[in-house]
Design a protein around this ligand. Sequence first.
Ligand SMILES: O=C(CO)[C@@H](O)[C@H](O)COP(=O)(O)O
Length: 229
Amino acid sequence: MTADPADPAVSAAIRQMRRTVAELHAELVSNGLVVWTSGNVSARVPGTDLLVIKPSGVSYADLTAESMVVCDLTAARVAGELAPSSDTASHAYIYRHMPQVGGVVHTHSRYATAWAARGEPIPCVLTAMADEFGGDIPVGPFAPIGGEEIGRAVVTTLSGHRSSAVLLRSHGVFTVGAAPRDAVKAAVMCEDVAATVHLAVSRGELTPLAQDQIDALYRRYQTEYGQRP
Ligand SMILES: O=C(CO)[C@@H](O)[C@H](O)COP(=O)(O)O
């Protein structure tokens, strides 16, 4: 649906998402996933063809709800004073092609990006990986920054995959989630398992979990774990 930001319901939804996205950027910092101004979080404004994303190149300490930028799904800015993230067109591409996705995160978190630098998927050798990612964390191709090529690489790599994270070759991590907080969680978990598997592989060969073990772990975590109504 084409949303009118002047519509009171749309404007309330945008206000809420600006707050959420600003708060989630602080989570990238507190979880040690970003340095300086690298990385970004976006959220789809539910029920609209709009997204909220951080402004480009602004210090995390200076990010506020008001400084967040609202764009449509062609990446055109519709509200906000500052230029949007350089990855906006790629986030928009992901929202256009993955209707189930409500949030997207990009980081250069250290261990996961080391796997991306090697162009190696992270093998599923941990229950935490089976739980969250349902298998290996895949690697996508290198793509130039600034247009929608990164988004296309993310969508292509994740299609037919359970993983909510992709390592972009020689670049970093993109994660997706039903809600923006889910995408942030996936980015945190991705870095955690990337570090652990890095330590493990440095001591010798790894044995991946069997597919039936992965399937059972994934099903339990996705359908039973935690508090359920
Ligand atoms: O690596 C990239 C570009 O893909 C980004 O993470 C930048 O490092 C941050 O860009 P802005 O979101 O500030 O434009």
